[in-house]
Design a protein around this ligand. Structure first.
Ligand code: SAM
Ligand code: SF4
Length: 325
């Protein structure tokens, strides 16, 4: 459906948990968060009911399962299967830190997951451990290979631009794109939490490093599932490279999404505290028309754009891990 500014909203990001086995410096405060209680989380049936109404009545066709870390919640493949059974949902994706993915990959594929994004911010074991608050690299590298082998389409690698990313990392990510049909996306850090981290390489610098390592970045608008990324190809590469620039070149004019938090709030915009409680309706026996009216209200409430780069803010109420990135 169209929002107040003529944007077509057809994509719902569904956070299934605020819990995570990592503590990424850009996403979660070092002391962690007070996690939601189980009874506060939407059940898989509640999520599926909302997705059903949002897709049949309000034009949502694509969903992404995120977190926290979605794979720390039990039985995610069951949720994928329930969403897959909805006739108006054409595309189901997941964003994961990759640490638990390899063990779940076959079940997720069988349940109907189409695509996966795996986060990987450096190839350096020590920097990775430090940035993620204790994560290990090997399972994530295995997750990428497994995702490609199982032909998730596409497999994207999310790289947040932080001080952990070195020249050597950029070269290794380039080598990955040459070898595997993956889309590596460099994402500008968004200071939405209260933690604050040192900025890393700029997009311009990463582009320079990629080209210094060999080849010219050729703009390519045909890259599958492009979303907000500006995409490029390197001659002879199996994969592609994208840049997501919410800070230096915001893309709000093409925003196409709503977000659902794990505790059942619809968020019209990632970079705003506004949210609409849909859980109470789901739990009070609301009919489809009532639920659809709430989804429409969230679409109507989408702001024209965010103000993260133009006005002071002291951090949002929710940390990134409580929204889903
Ligand atoms: N745990 C999963 C993961 O790490 O992929 C899914 C949730 S995470 C919140 C979703 C995405 O948001 C990840 O790719 C993560 O790197 C990105 N992200 C988290 N905090 C961010 C920030 N402050 N700025 C930019 N991207 C961020
Ligand atoms: Fe967890 Fe993902 Fe946030 Fe890292 S980015 S703390 S893995 S939710």
């Amino acid at each position: 459906m169209l929002d107040e500014y003529g944007r077509s909203i057809d994509y719902l990001r569904i956070s299934v948990t605020d819990r995570c086995n990592y503590r990424c410096a850009y996403c979660m405060p070092p002391e962690g968060i007070v996690p939601l209680q189980h009874r506060e989380l939407l059940t898989y049936e509640e999520i599926t009911r909302l997705a059903d109404v949002a897709s049949r009545v309000c034009g949502i066709t694509r969903v992404r399962i995120t977190g926290g870390e979605p794979l720390v919640r039990m039985g995610i493949a069951e949720l994928v299967a329930q969403l897959r059974a909805l006739p108006s949902i054409t595309d189901i994706a997941m964003t994961t830190n990759g640490s638990l993915f390899a063990a779940h990959a076959a079940a997720l594929k069988a349940a109907g997951l189409d695509r996966v994004n795996i986060s990987l911010d450096t190839f350096d074991e020590a920097r990775y451990r430090q940035l993620t608050g204790g994560g290990a690299l090997a399972p994530v590298l295995a997750a990428i290979e497994t995702a490609v082998a199982l032909q998730f389409q596409p497999v994207k690698i999310n790289v947040v631009l932080t001080a952990a990313l070195s020249r050597s990392d950029v070269e290794q990510l380039r080598a990955l794109v040459m070898r595997l049909p993956v889309i590596v996306r460099f994402i500008e850090y968004m200071p939405i939490g209260r933690q604050g981290i040192a900025p890393g390489l700029s997009v311009a610098k990463v582009k320079d490093l990629l080209e210094e390592a060999g080849g010219v970045l050729l703009p390519d608008e045909q890259v599958t599932g492009a979303g907000p990324a500006k995409n490029y190809r390197l001659a002879g590469a199996a994969g592609a490279i994208g840049f997501i620039t919410p800070m230096s070149d915001r893309f709000c004019q093409s925003c196409n999404r709503l977000r659902l938090t794990a505790d059942g709030r619809l968020k019209p915009c990632l970079l705003s505290d506004a949210e609409i409680n849909v859980r109470d309706c789901l739990r009070s026996g609301a009919d489809d028309d009532t639920l659809a009216a709430i989804v429409r209200e969230a679409v109507r409430a989408k702001p024209m754009g965010h103000h993260l780069t133009t006005s002071y803010h002291g951090g949002f109420e929710r940390q990134m891990c409580q929204i889903g990135g």
